[in-house]
Design a protein around this ligand. Structure first.
Ligand code: XMP
Length: 511
């Protein structure tokens, strides 16, 4: 049995959060679709299994189910919401539509001594989101928790080592949620905290050396933290077989290419191959307005540019990407896992049949974990804490057609925002802050003269891993300064607005 947790996904919006909570407790966790073959589960040898929530009803004919044998593997199981109902259903108990759909906060009353609820305060707040309820509970189980509306909120079977909760312990609104997950992992499943970044570095170096052998790896640097840390890890693993390339797409922040080339060479001692492809990128994006088309075109132009580099430096065999677990989860729908979709996120839409073998050592990591790897590899805090920057760059922050003139406008506004973030010491308080340029004009007045110019949007979000995000309540004096400076200093922008949308329902980038 390995010291790891398998999360079977039934389609809940919170499944990724379960994985996060487990990782926060320093145990390796992986999400697999609910219908994964039982042999794969056995091979993975998880020390515990969590069944996620999901939008379906277990009594519907085609609702997602697991083979009942999974419940007999002898591995401790925790069912959450739909997961709990599925356990009840598979033990032939009654699950029915609740009279009142329960959504939001409730109080959890502990009704019996319980392993899962050990050291949990009575009547703590829990987050409910369900339309069905269990009206009979399985044999061998006891009920240990209830709420006003849901008599059976927590069930436990010590004999079978199977547990279930009707509410969502993984969401922050559930006050004692972390403790409940802690109890399941440590008190019930006897797992140990052992997932740390030093071990990760050691094991991935071995894996990288084994798969790369004496071949060459080309890596696209974006200036973001993921690709930079990846460059350090690859250099440590395979030395000169790594060829890091930093393409100037013309869609980077102002002076970014020059500044970073210097930093890569002088501070990180990375022999980076720099290439200016800005003209080609802009040419290929001409007249393109659709966000998806932009991403695809940029992806293809990236690959074409890497090919051009290859013609100059000689053949490379592997293409390295800093794909994160978030990208993997976000690009893989529950029912149709496909190995190919994953590669799109990093360089904004790679063509499907590229000739390189792909190498993605961070596929299992969240961004904060990559930052930790960066620190362990000696990367300075300034680099480690850089905000994420999307592969397609400013193209997805210029709504509508991308032109050189618009890029320049956006770069100038963006430069002001970053300067003020540093002046006000806010840069490190937010996950990301940037400006979006709208293809909308508004009327203004400047020095007694009418203006008719573009509108810019400032977006600032707080997040732990980019999967969910809240808009940042920036101080008024900061916003005032940024807006004033942008309107006064950037020609062609006469109005600034602030984006008040969280993720979900918005995404962080606008395209
Ligand atoms: P969204 O907009 O999906 O963004 O909420 C989540 C995080 O991912 C970044 N992002 C990208 N990063 N290539 C990247 O390397 C991309 O195509 C891409 N699209 C979005 C985004 O900046 C945010 O941090």
């Amino acid at each position: 049995m390995k010291n790891s947790v398998l999360i079977l996904d039934f389609g809940s919006q919170y499944t990724k959060l379960i994985a996060r909570r487990v990782r926060e407790l320093k145990i390796y966790s992986e999400i697999m679709p609910f219908n994964v073959n039982i042999e794969k589960i056995k091979n993975f040898q998880p020390g515990a299994i969590i069944l996620s929530g999901g939008p379906s009803s277990v009594y519907e004919k085609n609702s997602p189910k697991i083979e009942p044998a999974v419940l007999e593997l002898g591995i401790p199981i925790l069912g959450i919401c739909y997961g709990l109902q599925l356990i009840a259903y598979l033990f032939n108990m009654k699950v029915e539509s609740a009279k009142n759909r329960e959504y939001g906060l409730a109080n959890l009353e502990i009704v019996r001594t319980s392993k899962l609820l050990k050291n949990i305060k009575n009547n703590s707040k829990i987050w409910m989101s369900h339309g069905d309820k269990i009206s009979q509970y399985p044999k061998d189980f006891i009920v240990t928790g209830k709420t006003k509306n849901t008599e059976i909120s927590v069930i436990e079977s010590n004999k079978r080592n199977i547990f279930g909760v009707q509410f969502h312990p993984e969401v922050a609104h559930t006050q004692e949620g972390k403790k409940i997950i802690y109890n399941f992992l440590f008190e019930i499943s006897n797992l140990k905290s052992d997932w740390n970044m030093e071990d990760f570095i050691k094991s991935s170096m071995l894996k990288i050396r084994k798969s790369v052998g004496t071949q060459k790896v080309i890596l696209g640097l974006s200036g973001g933290v993921d690709s930079t840390v990846l460059a350090l890890l690859l250099r440590k693993s395979i030395g000169n077989q790594l060829i890091p390339v930093f393409i100037d797409t013309g869609l980077l922040r102002k002076n970014e290419h020059k500044d970073l080339m210097n930093k890569f060479r002088n501070q990180l001692n990375l022999k980076v191959y720099g290439i200016d492809a800005s003209k080609i990128f802009l040419k290929n994006l001409k007249k393109i307005r659709s966000p998806e088309k932009k991403r695809k075109i940029i992806g293809k132009t990236f690959i074409d540019t890497f090919k051009t580099v290859e013609r100059k430096i000689g053949k490379t065999d592997f293409f390295a990407q800093g794909t994160l677990y978030t990208d993997v989860i976000e690009s893989n729908p529950v029912s149709g896992p496909s190995a190919k979709i994953k590669s799109h996120h990093n360089v904004g839409g790679l063509p499907e049949n590229i000739e390189w073998k792909i190498i993605e050592p961070f596929r299992e990591l969240f961004k904060d974990e990559v930052r930790e790897v960066g620190r362990k590899l000696g990367l300075s805090e300034i680099f480690v804490n850089r905000h994420p920057f999307p592969g397609p760059g400013l193209a997805v922050r210029i709504i509508g057609e991308v032109t050189e003139d618009k890029v320049k406008k956006l770069q100038s506004a963006d430069e002001i925002l970053i300067e003020e973030l540093n002046n006000f010491k806010i840069y490190n308080k937010v996950w990301q802050a940037f400006v979006i340029l709208l293809p909308v004009k508004s009327v203004g007045v400047m020095g007694d003269v009418r203006t008719y110019e573009n509108v810019a949007v400032v977006r600032m979000v707080e997040s732990i891993d980019g999967m969910t995000a809240d808009w940042y309540p920036a101080p008024y004096d900061f916003l005032k300064k940024v807006a004033n400076r942008v309107v006064n200093e950037v020609k062609g922008i006469n109005r600034v607005t602030y984006d008040l949308t969280s993720k979900p329902p918005g995404t962080i980038e606008w395209e």
